[in-house]
Design a protein around this ligand. Sequence first.
Ligand code: GLU
Length: 366
Amino acid sequence: MKNVKPEFNRIAIKVGSNVITQSDGSLNTGRMLRLVEDIAILSKQGIEVILISSGAVAAGRNDVAPSKRTSIISARQIWAATGQVKLMANYQFLFGKYGIPAGQLLATKEGFRDRLHYLNMKNCLSAMLENKVLPIVNENDTISITELMFTDNDELSGMISSMMDCGSLIILSNVDGIYKGVPENDSSELIREIVGESQEAMKYISPSSSGFGRGGMLTKYSIAREMASEGIHVYIANGTRDSIITDIVRGKEVPYTHFAASTVKKSGVKKWLSHSREFTKGGAYINKGAQEALLDDKAVSLLMIGVSKIEGSFKKGDIIRILDEKGRQIGLGKSQYDSKKAEQYIGEKRKKPLILYDYLLINDKL
Ligand code: GLU
């Protein structure tokens, strides 16, 4: 493949359940083969691909009918346990036809919270790519229940592409992208390009999701915008169209909605922090002086002398909120003290900061 843009050197591709399952929920292996063929073409050209595939629960549901006594949560766990194996068996077989070994990584939201787990995951995916093993990622649906779950695999695919510094993320569902109006309506126009902060497209999106997948267009849109702001090009496209992936990479005029990447680059740690917002354990109230210093353009750490109150209970290494005098959150960061020690050292002149600059994220500086 000639003249591939650098943004396609490493691509995350998210495949929704609706793309690879038939209306009865069984796996659509014909469609899977088309996608695998398309990805194999890229792999053979040296393009690195990370596949994030849904479909486990749908595939399992089609095979096992749990007894009436089984709760819906347990039923979903059973379907995930059986369906994931089936999903992977199919992928391994299909990629195998092209001489590409495929491997599985099952992620949990907890795994993204813990910096060590995060780095282990990153290391595993990097090693697979280096050794030409195609990583296939899904949520570990057997142990991810309700509040521990990703909103959906769209969110997971965003976190993976950010973690792996992918140049592009292609989200495949069963519509061509975001429309001005109802997609089924012939007169509705497809939005080709979304640049920057425009909220324009928001008003056209219906909040419901369809079929077997959890995610709807609204989450796709918000993930896409977030990723684009981190410097990743995002394409929302139709995975039921043949050769959609290679067509996008080749720059062909095919239907999709493209979210142009911002040119601002965030460091790896800061990206990890910005995805950790909802994991914060406690907080530190800071005084005016510290606030001014943090909001300044210079790189500064948050020192104990600038802290006026500690809230909640947290361990060393946990992510905590940074609050102004009125209790408004102005940022977050990884604490170098546990909450007991931090409380003990409030207002003291100590060398070791509460939060080191490299592990600190201030809202206004995003
Ligand atoms: N992880 C789920 C599965 O494989 C899908 C989640 C989603 O629909 O986004 O069935």
